[in-house]
Design a protein around this ligand. Structure first.
Ligand code: HEC
Length: 163
């Protein structure tokens, strides 16, 4: 092998290892950017940001995750998507990971999606939500199935009964 060729091979190997360690780093480390991405693709805004779904996702980030007054009514009663800025501001990152892993909510909250997230993704979600200001009002309280909620609410045709 001549020296020039050997040098090129070494450089190629070094670049490959640098690329591998860079991508491993990107996946392993929690980040605000990944949290923002997860909030967008996992549908959190669809329910936890008023008007997000009906505006085709045009709501600016400064208005994300304040919760919503829209009720979700079914066999379980009527639920309201929480103000996540306030919810997460009451927990440390470690508490959030345990909370999210064990969360069992009433419909239509997909708590099974949160339960399945990796620790890195949960921490990324936390870091993104925590750098939004912890402002706004708490969402309305849960209304049991035998009580009439205040409008507006969406009615599901069926659903599991309240526990
Ligand atoms: C289809 C609507 C919907 C989607 C999508 C949704 N949520 Fe929810 N979420 C709700 C509702 C409704 C509740 C209240 C459930 C209850 O009262 O049991 C809730 C509750 C929660 C809670 C509990 C809050 C507290 O203070 O107890 C957390 C945390 C949460 N959601 C996070 C998320 C995250 C993160 C995402 C995205 C991965 C998400 N939600 C997607 C509707 C939704």
């Amino acid at each position: 092998m001549n020296t020039l060729f050997r040098g090129a091979v070494v450089a190629l190997i070094a670049t490959t290892f640098a690329a591998i360690s860079l991508s491993a780093h990107a996946v392993d480390e929690p980040s605000v950017e990944r949290g923002r991405y997860l909030v967008q693709i996992a549908g959190c805004n669809d329910c936890h940001t008023a008007g997000y779904a009906t505006s085709n996702g045009q709501t600016p980030e400064s208005e994300w995750l304040y919760g919503d007054l829209l009720g979700w009514r079914g066999g379980w009663g009527t639920t309201y998507a929480a103000n996540l800025r306030l919810s997460l501001s009451r927990m440390t990152e470690e508490q959030w990971v345990v909370f999210a892993r064990n969360l069992q909510s009433r419909p239509p909250m997909p708590s099974f999606s949160l339960n399945a997230m990796t620790e890195t993704d949960l921490k990324s979600l936390y870091r993104f939500v925590r750098q939004l200001e912890p402002l706004g009002e708490p969402a309305p309280s849960y209304v049991p199935p035998d009580q009439e909620p205040n409008p507006p609410y969406v009615t599901f045709p069926a659903g599991p009964p309240a526990e």
